[in-house]
Design a protein around this ligand. Structure first.
Ligand code: UD1
Ligand code: CA
Length: 456
């Protein structure tokens, strides 16, 4: 079976009150339209067509990597008109699935259920019963319970308005039939629009069996029209991810205060995640890892038995097994830490490798450096890697000990097992096994007296 999925995404989204087209607003840092696409993409033998209108240039540029055909609907004359724009790209034998760019959380299983209900005698319609159906199209059934048509709210009689079963807009239809019905749509209705929903009445008249099904949860078919609904679906999505992680053996101290904006490429066991942790991009997390509160981790690889204390910001970093980070540490892109490394509070690392067992425990900046194993970098040490124009590397060899408050002016190499005296400004290579220091001599003046305030 060949599938054509049509995603309707031409609408403006006035109630978002935004310059950005609605479908580019994000859930978990991914545009709404991308969520719908990603679900559709999982269907086999599927050609995806996306109907765009408002802000189409921005939409197609932003999402240019999608493997889909973009179809322009220049004027938004209704959902039926939107699907008509794709008519000539639909083959008779296709099963056509209609999705909405602003309904981001539809499940793949639901889409499959619809597709599998379609044949020459049947079409599939996704409906849901709502306590408050106002605003939606109502599903009208005859005395024997068969669907006969959909009535839009604005065209509904008072009796129609009492119907709780509403049209989600999502349906699957055989291509040949859909094209025939589309060609017969008109806009003589309260809104002067070409309603896609009118195909249902035509189908019923053609003796086509209208198979309805309902999603597992209402959230699957909720659309985003304003930022309140956007925030609701963000929480729904985050909760799903949190529950899935817990099912895979992760402890979340509070699943309501956890956000994952991306994917986890590999996941160990017995991971503990405290509150307000954000995982972004692609991360891998080993076993027995603890992540403290208020920590952000982006595009990083975290080894087994790593402990990350509270309030750390970690991006494009690799953390070796048994390492301990934070609290309040920042690992910037290109930080590569081997096993059993300790990075303490108010330490920033950038584009640097740190070999096994090294410690940088307090108040340091280590940038563009190669740090060996078993190195101890004292509090307040800074690599001066930038002369205002170019960046230079600092090399600190195995076993070196850097005294507190030292500045290492790159390019510079600190030799193996060298010791740097506290408070030094090091501008030349420091030989291995020696003490190097640069420090003004300390003096004390016995005769010195504190100044006293002058009388005026
Ligand atoms: C539509 C349905 C209604 C259903 C509701 C579910 C019709 C006539 N009505 O109503 O039965 O209960 O969805 O939310 O289909 N769009 C275009 N081009 C257009 C018009 C719309 O691409 O010319 C897109 C919009 O961007 C949106 C979707 O189609 O993603 C639905 O459009 P919307 O205006 O929200 O339809 P409703 O009037 O809410
Ligand atoms: Ca709508």
């Amino acid at each position: 079976m060949k599938i054509t999925t049509i995603i309707l995404a031409a609408g403006k989204g006035t109630r978002m009150r935004s310059e950005l087209p609605k479908i580019l607003h994000k859930i978990a840092n991914r545009p709404l339209l991308q969520h719908v696409y990603d679900t559709a993409k999982q269907l086999e033998n599927n050609a995806i067509k996306i109907v765009v209108g408002h802000g189409s240039e921005l939409v197609t540029n932003t999402l240019k990597d999608l493997d889909a055909d973009w179809v322009e609907q220049k004027q938004q004359l209704g959902t039926g008109h939107a699907v008509q724009q794709v008519s000539d790209q639909i083959a008779d034998a296709d099963t056509v699935l209609i999705l909405y760019g602003d309904v981001p959380l539809l499940k793949l299983a639901t889409a499959k259920l619809l597709i599998n209900s379609v044949n020459e005698q049947s079409l599939a319609l996704l409906t849901v019963n709502l306590a408050d159906p106002s605003g939606y199209g109502r599903i009208v059934r005859n005395a024997s319970g068969q669907v006969t048509k959909i009535v839009e709210e604005k065209d509904a009689t008072d009796a129609d308005k009492l119907i709780n079963e509403i049209n989600t807009g999502i349906m699957a239809v055989q291509g040949k039939q859909l094209k025939q019905w589309l060609s017969r749509l008109n806009n003589s209705n309260a809104q002067g629009e070409y309603y896609l929903t009118d195909v249902i009445e035509m189908a019923a008249a053609d003796q086509i069996n209208i198979v309805t099904s309902q999603p597992e949860t209402e959230d699957e078919v909720l659309g985003v029209n304003n930022r309140i609904q956007l925030s609701h679906l963000e929480r729904v999505y985050q909760q799903e991810q949190a529950y899935s992680l817990m099912e895979q053996g992760v402890t979340l101290n509070d699943p309501m205060r956890f956000d994952q904006r991306g994917t986890i490429e590999s996941l160990g066991q017995d991971i503990e995640i405290d509150i307000n942790v954000i995982l972004e991009g692609k991360n891998s997390i080993g076993s027995n890892v603890k992540i403290g509160a208020n920590t952000n981790i982006k595009n990083s690889i975290i080894g087994d038995n790593v402990e990350i204390l509270a309030n750390c910001i970690i991006e494009d970093a690799v953390i070796g097994q048994g390492s301990r980070i934070g609290p309040y540490a920042r690992l910037r892109p290109g930080s590569v830490l081997a096993n059993d490394v300790h990075i303490g509070n108010f330490v920033e690392i950038k584009k640097s490798s740190v070999a096994a067992g090294s410690k940088i425990n307090h108040l340091s900046y280590i940038g563009d450096a190669t740090v060996g194993g078993g190195v101890n970098i004292g509090a307040g040490t800074i690599t001066c890697n930038y002369d205002g124009v170019n960046k230079f590397r600092t090399v600190i060899e195995d076993g070196a000990f850097i005294g507190s408050n030292s500045q290492l002016v790159a390019p510079v190499t600190i030799g193996k097992n060298a010791t740097i005296g506290a408070g030094s400004t090091i501008t030349k290579d420091s030989p291995e096994n020696q003490l190097t220091l640069s420090r003004a001599k300390q003096i004390s003046l016995a005769s010195w007296q504190r100044p006293v305030k002058k009388e005026t």
